[in-house]
Design a protein around this ligand. Structure first.
Ligand code: SF4
Length: 335
């Protein structure tokens, strides 16, 4: 792991409400402000890491695309998760179990992985550092491995001030880079997020490479403005020597409400006109499915892209309908 210690760095770390040890989170606003309301400027924007050293591997090309699909499910509802898993079975290689600001209280990732394993599908749970300290995270990772998770997606997580449970104490004993190293030691395959469009855009690659150096072997490139910017981000990542798996996010919205959900967390980073075309379509469901398939195929044609993450805006109460749409898209993309 590279040495990124410096006085400016330590000052920034001490001030950061999430104690980020390896650089700024993706919550920095376009104006350079912290994601936590009224905190002020992110102290990391003037202090960036030096080049990161990591061991380059040999890339093995896969004949078929890897499809990682969000698994919609009502929170704290095993029947909903199981039903969604049954609908999606066979349409993807693994299913991402995410986190949402309006639904902070969820079954633990390992329990959700176990529920999916019971239905014969592979879970890829998201693990965050917001709600658990390092000891609890070690136990959670061990439980995910025991539950048969295909991998884990390691994130620092939003500050609780951003979700519907601002009453919760923020933990942030670790950040995503520390968590990545912990997950690798637990024997798990690890994915991490790359946010090329998050400010300061253009300086996100060194931040990502700290996570690669810590053991990440899958990189999920977040929405960053469409095929061309995604292609540039992938080229830069491959140019830096990353030989692992690269997945790129494909936004999925199949009605006006789910489009607004998607816009709520990815506005300004979706392909130009992507949602506008959906709003204008006579059949929004068909238009949304066709748009996702078309975008995914275009992204998969770019050298260095191994697969996609189908990322859906799911509205409460419509989880199974969203699962059916995601299954339709996934089956089209997998030969
Ligand atoms: S934007 Fe993120 S890294 Fe920067 S100060 Fe806020 S929480 Fe810390």
């Amino acid at each position: 792991m590279a040495n990124i210690a410096s006085t400016a760095w330590e000052v920034a770390r001490a001030a950061c409400p999430k104690h980020m040890a390896h650089g700024p989170c993706a919550g920095v606003s376009d104006s350079g402000a912290c994601e936590v309301p009224s905190f002020g400027p992110c102290p990391y924007t003037g202090a960036w890491p030096f080049p990161i050293a990591f061991e380059e591997g040999t890339r093995r090309e896969s004949a078929k695309p890897f499809v990682l699909t969000d698994l919609p499910g009502a929170p704290l509802d095993a029947a909903s998760l199981r039903a969604s898993a049954r609908i999606l079975a066979g349409s993807a290689d693994a299913f991402l179990l995410g986190d949402h600001g309006a639904e902070r209280v969820q079954f633990p990732p390992s329990y959700r992985a176990r529920l999916l394993a019971d239905e014969g599908v592979a879970a890829w749970p998201g693990i965050n550092c917001r709600d658990r300290n390092r000891v609890a995270l070690e136990g959670e990772l061990a439980a995910c491995a025991d539950a048969g998770a295909a991998g884990v997606h390691c994130v620092t997580g939003d500050h609780p001030a951003l979700g519907h449970r601002p009453d919760a104490m923020p933990v942030f004993d670790l950040d995503s880079t520390d968590l990545t190293a912990l997950a690798r030691r637990a024997g798990l395959r690890v994915s991490v997020a790359h946010n090329p469009a998050s400010p300061p855009a253009g300086l996100r690659l060194p931040r990502l490479l700290t996570k690669v150096a810590a053991g990440a072997d899958v990189v999920v490139v977040d929405h960053c403005g469409g095929a061309e910017p995604v292609g540039r981000a992938v080229d830069a990542l491959r140019g830096a020597g990353f030989a692992g798996t690269v997945l790129v996010c494909v936004p999925v919205a199949t009605d006006a409400v789910s489009a607004r959900v998607l816009a709520g967390f990815a506005a300004g980073r979706l392909p130009p006109g992507y949602l506008a075309r959906l709003f204008e379509a006579a059949d929004q469901r068909v238009a949304g499915i066709d748009a996702a398939i078309s975008l995914a195929r275009g992204l998969l044609a770019h050298p260095g892209v191994d697969g996609v993450n189908l990322s859906a805006g799911t509205r409460a109460g419509h989880e199974l309908a969203t699962a059916r749409d995601l299954a339709t898209i996934g089956r089209e993309l997998r030969p």
